[in-house]
Design a protein around this ligand. Sequence first.
Ligand SMILES: C=CC1=C(C)c2cc3[nH]c(cc4nc(cc5[nH]c(cc1n2)c(C)c5CCC(=O)O)C(CCC(=O)O)=C4C)c(C)c3C=C
Ligand SMILES: [Fe+2]
Length: 525
Amino acid sequence: MNIRISTTMSSFSSLWLPLQISSQRTPSVLPRVVCLNEGASHVVLQAEASSDVGNSSITVSKHRRTFGLSQKQSLLLRKPLNKDSKQLKALLTSSTQDTSTSFVNDGKIGVLLLNLGGPETLDDVQPFLFNLFADPDIIRLPRLFRFLQKPLAQFISVARAPKSKEGYAAIGGGSPLRQITDDQAKELRKALYDKNVPAEVYVGMRYWHPFTEEAIEQIKKDGVNKLVVLPLYPQFSISTSGSSLRLLESIFREDEYLVNMQHTVIPSWYQREGYIKAMADLIETELRSFDRPEKVMIFFSAHGVPVAYVEEAGDPYKAEMEECVDLIMEELERRKINNSYTLAYQSRVGPVEWLKPYTDETIIELGEKGVKSLLAVPISFVSEHIETLEEIDVEYKELALKSGIEKWGRVPALGCNPTFILDLADAVIESLPYVGAMAVSNLEARQSLVPLGSVEELLATYDSQRRELPAPVTVWEWGFTKSAETWNGRAAMLAVIVLLFLEVSTGEGFLHQWGVLPLHMPVLP
Ligand SMILES: C=CC1=C(C)c2cc3[nH]c(cc4nc(cc5[nH]c(cc1n2)c(C)c5CCC(=O)O)C(CCC(=O)O)=C4C)c(C)c3C=C
Ligand SMILES: [Fe+2]
């Protein structure tokens, strides 16, 4: 037995960092009550262990998590748990016995999958980009300039559309995201039924059809009264899951039906055993296609975010990404696969600094260092999309071959991989005991999953000072060096804001001459 658990007083910022205890015999369970100080209502549990309790082998991944305690629980547990703790055993047993069954017969369950959405035709590209850039979690303007959000989005989307259209044309004229996400929803529904949890699964996209608003309408029509919200991003970012949850929260806040709907949110799930195993399976299979698998460098390529998101707004994305890669590599090592590996960030847009190292620069460096075989692993997204099908498969492959890399491979996205879908089903089932367990605005009652009523508050912990994030999107750029490019971009952005301000306030200017203004906004349902 080797368990080390330490607890400290709560800080809400750790709420997004899930801790999972899983048992080989039973589905994963979440420890729900651990208390350090008498009378405490919240604790952070920090755990790192691999051990046996009873006949079950339990692994506790290395995470911190905040737990809300009911008064009774708080009174019950007044000491840190130690390795011989009968209370831990009792807790695990009660959590394990606390299966979904009692929650299944009692209400109509819905699962809402949140995703980004993508243009289905080339005509959709500009309005899709408009929706993306109109999102204040993608371009956050200073408060004074908020009224420029939509004109700026219109301007950038029009300017970027030709380049984006080229990309979408190269992958068949549109994004495959809707089809793949619909298929994942169907498979998840089937997996839940097979596990005796009848639930409807809905898809709500952030920037294209079916919009989150459309999914919510259907959820209401179907009379769902227990909802599990599951963003399809393994790692949390303010720009992805955060943005979708913020939107959902605003929808919930304004709707009487939804205000009263019991729900819970699974904010990120990159640490789940099934997901890690599924990723490791894909990598193991793909490695076999190389002549000398042991010589291949495993190249994790994640979608980037601007550095300011992580360093100024506290986005946990980078930390979760690095931990995710570590967990996958640990799983591969358990399978005696000890390849070298690296993580880089792709798809940067605009004049600000994005997370480094950049994928393109890293590929060139690896070529220079004499790496001959590279296996690209897209890691931030679970479907094929423009950035796997075009950026990785075409642009990065070409760059790699030019840089001296001789053999290039790419791991497919998870899509409907059965191990992955079963794990998502388990994640949903494990969250059911938490559906409605917490009052929407009652922080004291909050347990390990997140109620939507507090999403805004939780997002604010990343960005407590509400600092303005620079716009990550290039409108135009000039200059020869990286830093000149950055500063030129910022100057250009400032100039654009001033010009837009003048245009909007006077009703005259080059955008009116070009027909960009007045705006013809796409209508959201
Ligand atoms: C975890 C995944 C993603 C993060 C983080 C993310 C941040 C982010 N993205 C942009 C700008 C664009 N993203 C675009 C497409 C796109 N983005 C993701 C995922 C993440 N984005 C996906 C899966 C897709 C593709 C959808 C599809 O149609 O297949 C685009 C449009 C494509 C293009 O023109 O390149 C833009 C623009 C920013 C600015 C950002 C963080 C601030
Ligand atoms: Fe993106």
